[in-house]
Design a protein around this ligand. Structure first.
Ligand SMILES: Cc1cc2nc3c(=O)[nH]c(=O)nc-3n(C[C@H](O)[C@H](O)[C@H](O)COP(=O)(O)O)c2cc1C
Length: 395
């Protein structure tokens, strides 16, 4: 099974990642990782850091002559913010010296991990909470998951995401989103992200893209922030990944964990999702047919998963991201030391991170699908897995 762990702080020297369980013989290049890291940094509504910090993860181990060796793969991603402001960050984040003379952060932001994190770990300074809960960590997450994406791609499984709502601007129905994406499924889900990437808000519909940009402008002017909803599509998934036999084997459950395990994600749907709860059965379930060759379904409102198992149709996942907690206009808070009522202080921040968060969501899905695939067709090397997969497909 592929597992990954990230380490590092937002303003430390860099982020480290370890990915283990990748079979031998998978072609991996730093450029494959760099592609998604660059995508994570692009998008309308981003803050200052993103504009100049160009991420590139360095592979430190586990790869030889461009192929995995089955051992753990280590990655390192430098924090250029740290480099750029050498006078400040090494002092604030010093590993050796005392905290004396360093200004403590004592105003927790509503909606962030600040207050509860400080209470939980008994910190008298919010800095350690900010440093690790910040979305900077998602850079390494994207890097680690790019390896799982490469694995899936080798077997024809592609992942692509697009934005379906920012604030008040969005598709008004499930069908409207389907009209945008479904004709692209035969080309693979990467065609979806490639087209979506042409929009600065990663929306496939040009008119809606403009409306989304206007929404962001409106709330930037108002000193507030915005979240939204995105869709992640996975194509090329064979029938039968995941299982109904145990609660923790259900593919939809694992997907939900990966999405909700990501900063600021507050909702997840598979297929029709919440809309399914408002419709009668005959408007929800996909009728089964057989085309002489294979079982098919005329519609895919189940979003490619039934009974916790992939149906062979594209997997359609929706995720909801809440608005960014750091805002220009302050919210009420309480100073952790004096216990006086105060207003939050503004720090450099995005207005809407959703267009970038889509890349993170695409990424975190990859190890989930890769592991379900490995469970069914697993082996120690890519060629061994390939043999098993071909056998399954043929028969
Ligand atoms: C790609 C991405 C970028 C983010 N950028 C910011 C940001 O600039 N400022 C901020 O306050 N929160 C930002 N967030 C959200 C916080 O990381 C998140 O709200 C915080 O960690 C609290 O966790 P929770 O929202 O899951 O409860 C971002 C999240 C993502 C996924």
């Amino acid at each position: 099974m592929i597992r990954y762990i990230t380490a590092g702080e937002s303003h430390g020297p860099g982020l480290t990642g370890i990915v283990e369980g990748v079979p031998a013989g998978l072609a991996i290049h730093e450029d494959d990782i760099a592609e998604h890291l660059a995508r994570r940094q692009k998008g309308y509504g981003r803050g200052g850091r993103m504009a100049w910090e160009k991420d590139r993860a360095i592979i430190g181990s586990g790869v030889r002559f461009g192929k995995t060796m089955a051992g753990p793969i280590s990655l390192y991603l430098e924090n250029r913010a740290f480099e750029k402001d050498k006078a400040n960050w090494p002092v604030v984040m010093n590993k050796e010296s005392e905290a004396e003379g360093i200004e403590k952060i004592t105003l927790p932001r509503p909606g962030h991990a600040d207050l509860v994190g400080a209470q939980k770990f008994r910190f008298d300074d919010i800095r350690p909470v900010i440093e690790r809960s910040s979305a900077r960590e998602t850079g390494m997450r994207v890097a680690c998951c790019s390896i799982a994406r490469q694995f899936l791609k080798h077997f024809g499984i592609e992942i692509g995401g697009h934005v379906i709502r920012i604030g008040a601007a969005g598709y008004d129905s499930w069908e409207a989103a389907r009209a945008q994406t479904d004709s692209m499924f035969p080309d693979g889900a990467e065609s979806i992200y490639k087209k979506a990437d042409e929009s600065e808000v990663r929306c496939l519909d040009a008119t809606l893209s403009d409306a989304m940009v206007e929404e962001i402008k409106k709330y930037r002017k108002a000193g507030s922030s915005l979240g939204g909803v995105y869709e992640i599509i996975v194509t090329g998934v064979p029938v039968g990944l995941g299982s109904y036999t145990h609660w923790d084997q259900k593919l939809d459950g694992k997907i939900a964990q990966a999405i909700l395990g990501t900063q600021a994600m507050k909702g997840v749907e598979i297929g029709l999702g919440f809309e399914a709860g408002a419709k009668p059965g005959h408007e929800v379930h996909d009728e089964i047919t057989h085309d002489g060759n294979a079982f098919t379904r005329g519609s895919n409102r189940a979003g490619g998963i039934e009974g916790g198992m992939s149906t062979g149709m594209p997997i359609i996942i929706r995720g909801a991201m809440k608005p960014i907690p750091t805002m220009l206009n302050p919210l009420g808070t309480v100073d952790m030391h004096s216990l006086e009522a105060q207003e939050t202080r503004y720090e450099r921040s995005d207005v809407c991170a959703l267009p970038r968060a889509v890349v993170v969501a695409e990424s975190v899905i990859a190890p989930v699908i890769a592991n379900a695939f490995l469970k069914k067709f697993g082996g120690d090397s890519i060629s061994e897995i390939e043999e098993r997969y071909q056998e399954y497909k043929q028969g």
